[in-house]
Design a protein around this ligand. Structure first.
Ligand SMILES: C[S@@+](CC[C@H](N)C(=O)[O-])C[C@H]1O[C@@H](n2cnc3c(N)ncnc32)[C@H](O)[C@@H]1O
Length: 156
């Protein structure tokens, strides 16, 4: 498994967003460092202390929690409520992670908490080569212009 955003994904962001653009990222890793190196501002939501507070100083460390209603794992929303930026240029969905089969559909958990996010901005959904992330991309694309680019999808 390749954990970080691929060079193609980084290139897409560089080609389509001006330097200095602010990215709200779900799931941090080495790709975060690449985004910073290319002049982007990044705010990260991360569930793993090993990957939080690593490359910049705007992280929220939010553990994953099981939602009894949706039956999915996702970031514990109490760690996010009232703490997220409201203005950003791109929402990048690349977390939480899926270390066990229980977590396979965890990224769909964002659907239970869309009110936490500014959904007017472009979205980039990584890992759409997996069925769960493709399902998420398709749901978020409803009524919006969207395009698939190999491993990632973009919703305008
Ligand atoms: C797909 S990764 C996120 C990658 C990140 N957006 C990037 O481009 O580097 C999802 C989760 O896996 C974990 N992770 C990140 N990099 C990792 C690595 N190299 N090895 C193992 N786990 C990693 C972090 O907890 C992260 O939230």
């Amino acid at each position: 498994m390749t954990w970080a955003l691929t060079p193609d994904t980084i290139k897409f962001i560089i080609d389509n967003f001006p330097k200095g653009s602010k990215i709200l990222e779900l799931g941090s890793g080495d790709g975060t460092r690449e985004l910073l190196a290319n002049g982007f501002q990044v705010f990260s939501i991360e569930q793993d202390p090993e990957w939080a507070f690593k490359y910049h100083d705007e992280y929220i460390l939010a553990p994953v929690k099981f939602n009894e209603t949706s039956k999915r794992w996702w970031f514990d929303p109490t760690y996010l409520e009232g703490k997220l930026p409201t203005e950003y240029d791109l929402l990048l969905v690349d977390g939480p992670t899926g270390h066990t089969p229980d977590y396979n559909d965890c990224r769909l958990g964002i659907l239970d908490h869309l009110e936490l996010f500014n959904m007017q901005v472009p979205l980039l959904v990584d890992d759409v080569d997996r069925p769960e992330e493709l399902e998420l991309f398709n749901i978020l694309s409803e009524g919006r212009e969207s395009s698939l680019h190999g491993r990632f999808g973009v919703i305008q």
